[in-house]
Every structure is written in C-alpha cells, then in structure tokens.
Design a protein around this ligand. Sequence first.
Ligand code: HEC
Length: 376
Amino acid sequence: MPESVFGVVGLFDSADALMAAIPEVRARGFRNLHAYTPYPVHGMDEALDLPKSKLGVLVFLIGSIACVAAFTFEWWTSTRAYPLMTGGKPYNGWPGWVLVMVESTILFSTLTTGIGMLFAFNKLPYFGNPMLGSEAIASVTRDRFALMAASDRGALDVAGATEALRAVGAAALEVVYEPDHARPGVGWWVRTATTIVAASAVAGFGTWWAIRAYPTIKPMVNMEVQPRLDAQRPDAFFANGRGMQRPPDGTVPRASVPILDTVPDDAGKSLMNPLPVTAAVLARGRAQFNLHCAVCHDRLGTGHPWLDSTYQAFPVDLQTGPIRAAADGYLYWVISQGIRTMPGYAADISPDDRWAVVRYIRALQRSQDAPARDLK
Ligand code: HEC
C-alpha cells in the first residue's frame, strides 16, 4: 500500500517565531495546522483555533445520567420491588441513597473521562503519531519549535504547503508520511489479549504459590494467646470443665422483671399494664413499634402480604378480633417471649417500652375501627 502524506513540517528557532508564523500560514489557506513544542506555549490553542474540548460536556452528561439512574434504581428497589422496613426508616428514605448516587456519579464520570479522552478524543489505539518517525521530532525534544501543515482527510497540497512554510521562515522542511500500520490489526489485538491473560495467570499462580510456600507471620499474638473463657468450649478453670456456666437457680438479671407465667393466657390474667395512656407513652410505643415490629407487622399492624408469599412468614394481623380481644398482659407476654414462629423481643425492648408498645397497638386498633362517639 502506498504511504499517504501526513503533513509538511518545518522548524523555528523560538516560540515567538512559531507564533508569528501561524497566522500567516493560515492566511495562505492551510487551516489544519499542528504545532510541536518542547514546552507548552501560552496562546497556542487560540492561535491554532483549536475547538474547546467536548470532554467536559460528555462527562457532565454521563455523570448526570449515572446520578439520576442511581436514584431511580434505589427508589425502585426500596419502594417498589423490595419494600423492606429496616430500622423503622421510611421506604422512601432518600438520604441513605445519596452515597450511592455520589459514588455512581464519580465512577461513571471517571470512566467517561478516561475512556472518552483516550479513545474518542485522542484517537487511541493509534500507536506512533507519524510525527514521531520524522527528522524534526529530535529537534523538538531539544530546543526547536515545529509547525506542520497537516493533511485534511488525506488531501494536502504538498508543494503549496512547503512553499507557505518556507515563506514564513521555517527551516529543515520535511514531508512526513503516514505508514499504513499506524492502526493495529487483528494480530496486535490477539497478541495483546494473550499477553494480558498470560500475565494474569503468572501473577495469580505466583501469589497462590507464595501463600502456600511461606507461613503466615503474625506480628502480634497477645490477644489470641491469653487466658480467657471461650463460649461453647471446654475449659479447665471450672470443676465441671465448661467454659460457660449456668446462672444459679432463681437469679434474675439486673433491671429485669421476670415473667413467671409459662403461657400467654395466664399472663393475660395476672399482668396489668402499669403505664397510663398519655401522649408521651403512645409516642414511645410508636417509636418502638415502628422500629421493631413494623418490619413484619407493617405500620398499621396489618402485616405485609409479600412476607407471606416470599417467606411463608404469615405475621398475625393485629387488627383482627382475637388480638383486639386479647388482654394487655397477653400481648406483653407475646412481645417478651415470642410465640410459635415469632421471636421474643425481651432482649431488645425494655419492659416499660414493651408495655408502651401494647398501649400503642390499642391506639392502632382504635384508629382503624373508630366508634362514632370518638368522632364527636
Ligand atoms: C420477624 C417478624 C416479626 C416481628 C419483627 C414481629 N413479629 Fe409479631 N408475629 C410474627 C409472626 C410470623 C407471627 C405469627 C406467629 C405464628 O402464628 O406462628 C406474629 C404474631 C404476633 C402476634 C399474635 C400472637 C397470637 O396470639 O397469635 C402479636 C400480638 C404480635 N406478633 C405482636 C408483635 C409485636 C408487638 C412486635 C414488635 C415488638 C412483633 N410482633 C414483631 C412476626 C413478627
């Protein structure tokens, strides 16, 4: 294949001479000019009439799309696809999504900058700008300033360009050709891919081998090797050889009121709610209910239908007749001990807060079935 002309290049002794030459060469009709200088020269972009880079616009566009997409995805998963109550937060808890939105925006903006700059705007993979094979480039890396009248889509009046550069005082004029292997072929891609795979394999195998061949050195073992009791493990310290000991019979943890009834119906008869019905008690009950119970029973106590279909959980609807009729002590017992498949919450909710939850359940029940006299 014949080589095509890449451009005609000439050398100048100073940046000023180069800058002065640019408008004159442009005036002669050569508008596709490239300048090569040993250091950045102020005003060069304007002199060459380089368009402002579109990279910023592209990054802004993709970054914005990523931000909106992250928000939409979070909104959809949290409110539509998987409306799971976590820690009593509302489904539409957007402050928690900001982090994901920020991270997505940064990630996609960075990728767009890198990929867009290298491939879209710098025209990679394009190895070896033909200028690098020229005589002139050696001077440019030292102290000369080169100006090239480059071909515009393969078209260049070589004689005219040479004449124009000579007229503005350029020296060492040279025609630079574009070798036809400037863009990589299939073979290059195969070699590159093979090299990457081989390098990954060597690194992976090397790491695997090094970990097996050399023992792990622990810099500090004081916490690992110390006299202590391990949970669920034998131990020589106590006579019965166990690490964990049962508390003596009849003892109660501090600040804990033991429930002596073994069935909830008995508790319904023997226990009474010690808390008054006040706004403060109801607010406290609501906070605890939304935090601990709403995840399964929903905020109204009606239960989540999807919990049944997905997990076969079937939380009892707290608005139904039997639960309305159940005594406060019964509910208190259920919250404390759990019932059938529902776990107990004695470890998570203090006794007073449990009673407050019972008061709040009553308020919930009344809110869904208010008698006419409540409306007066
Ligand atoms: C992990 C999910 C889950 C949480 C959280 C939960 N429950 Fe339940 N609850 C259930 C399930 C499931 C049942 C039905 C148990 C069964 O019938 O096997 C149930 C049943 C009940 C019942 C009916 C008991 C009866 O007599 O049938 C009450 C009352 C109740 N829960 C109150 C509460 C309260 C109050 C809280 C908050 C402290 C709470 N639950 C937290 C899942 C849960």
